[in-house]
Design a binder for this molecule. Structure first.
Ligand SMILES: [Zn+2]
Length: 384
């Protein structure tokens, strides 16, 4: 096993299993927490921070996905200030129904506000050290990284991990999102960090190798938009299985049909089977017979030629993906879902009790309890 890269004495990093993102605690005059885990584990997150630093001054989010902002509401109630990337801060301030993509992804988030919008190049005092905000859009438009130049630490969020790159949402963020994510990775690689702190999985032993692998993967997302859509679908669905602790087989198809992201994926892939009454043919079948005629992926408008836009083909393919997860009439959550969804290469994933679906970010969801765990990395074990 490779030795763990060293962290300074003022940083404690908590590697957490899904559905929580890893958490970084920065000690000093203004104790700060970077990302706050999944909502079902908010109490645990707050207790952990309190045990290490007492009162927390500031929470900084790399982006607004549910596994990164779940403790925000509770910590804010307890007096912490919340800082996040400006585009996301503005949307939260407007009470935009798309906030946190909570409804779109069917992932619960307890309502919070952003007190400090962050712009590219802004310098923040976290603990006793100065960190630079590096805007790194792609995985989400407001995604940011944090750079500490003296120690050359890079908090990378979901942009990359030791084994993966963040999925990109071509339907919501546009087909250029993959190119944007690649450019953000190049910008981070140019910083040549000594330590990359990713939001999922371990600290990469070799930052250069991690960036080289991530850049290759990100280039594939650019080159293969269809594959990118499927990759995102697998990630979203695997996360749903985990936070619900599995979904009964009979419920899977209705669940998928009710999801906007499935309909969007179908439209992007042009798998919507719409009988065209005027032409009397099936567009998707024609494309399969004549693949050469298939145009490059672009955003298509739903058909309106007398048919109903359906997304049958996506759940059918997801069923193939889910076959490996089916156990005793239930699609399992937990580690199997995480592995199959490429959420982790190996190792453990957390499980939660089922959560209530939350229509938007204006009201707190039922907070599930669940098994948690992880690895805490701090100076006592890693500082050289
Ligand atoms: Zn994310």
């Amino acid at each position: 096993m490779s030795p763990q890269p060293s962290l300074p004495s003022w940083a404690t990093w908590w590697q957490r299993p899904f559905p929580d993102a890893n958490t970084l605690l920065l000690h000093g005059q203004q104790p700060a927490l970077v990302d706050t885990g999944f909502v079902g584990h908010a109490e645990e997150t707050a207790a952990w921070a309190r045990a290490h630093v007492g009162e927390l001054g500031l929470v900084v989010n790399t982006h607004w996905h549910s596994d990164h902002v779940g403790g925000n509401a509770l910590l804010q109630e307890q007096g912490a200030t919340v800082a996040a990337g400006a585009p996301e801060a503005e949307a939260i301030g407007r009470r935009d129904p798309g906030c946190c993509a909570a409804e779109y992804l069917d992932q619960p988030v307890a309502a919070y506000t952003v007190d400090v919008p962050l712009d590219d190049g802004q310098v923040l005092r976290l603990g006793d050290a100065e960190w630079e905000v590096v805007r790194t859009p792609g995985h989400t438009p407001g995604h940011l990284a944090l750079w500490q130049p003296e120690e050359r630490l890079l908090v990378a969020g979901d942009a990359l991990s030791d084994y993966d790159v963040g999925w990109v949402n071509l339907a919501v963020d546009g087909l250029e999102a993959a190119t944007t994510a690649l450019a953000s990775l190049e910008r981070m690689a140019d910083l040549a960090p000594r330590v990359i702190l990713p939001s999922h999985g371990p600290i990469p032993a070799d930052p250069g190798a991690a960036f080289a692998a991530a850049l290759r993967r990100a280039q594939r997302l650019v080159d293969d938009p269809d594959g990118t859509v499927w990759y995102g679908a697998r990630r979203i669905f695997a996360f749903a299985l985990m936070i619900r602790d599995g979904i009964p087989t009979d419920d899977v198809e209705p669940y998928l049909h009710a999801r906007a992201w499935v309909t969007d994926a179908a439209q992007l892939l042009d798998l919507t089977r719409v009988p065209c009454h005027r032409a009397g043919h099936d567009h998707a079948r024609q494309r399969r017979r004549h693949p050469a005629r298939r145009p490059p992926l672009r955003r298509r408008r739903p058909h309106t030629c007398g048919g109903r836009v359906t997304a049958r083909a996506v759940p059918a393919r997801m069923a193939g993906f889910g076959a490996a997860l089916t156990r005793g009439g239930t699609w399992t959550g937990g580690p199997a879902a995480a592995r199959s969804g490429s959420l982790v290469r190996s190792g453990r994933a957390g499980r939660c009790q089922p959560t209530s679906r939350r229509p938007d970010s204006s009201a707190p969801p039922v907070r599930p309890s669940g098994r948690t765990g992880g690895v805490v990395v701090q100076a006592s074990t890693t500082t050289t």
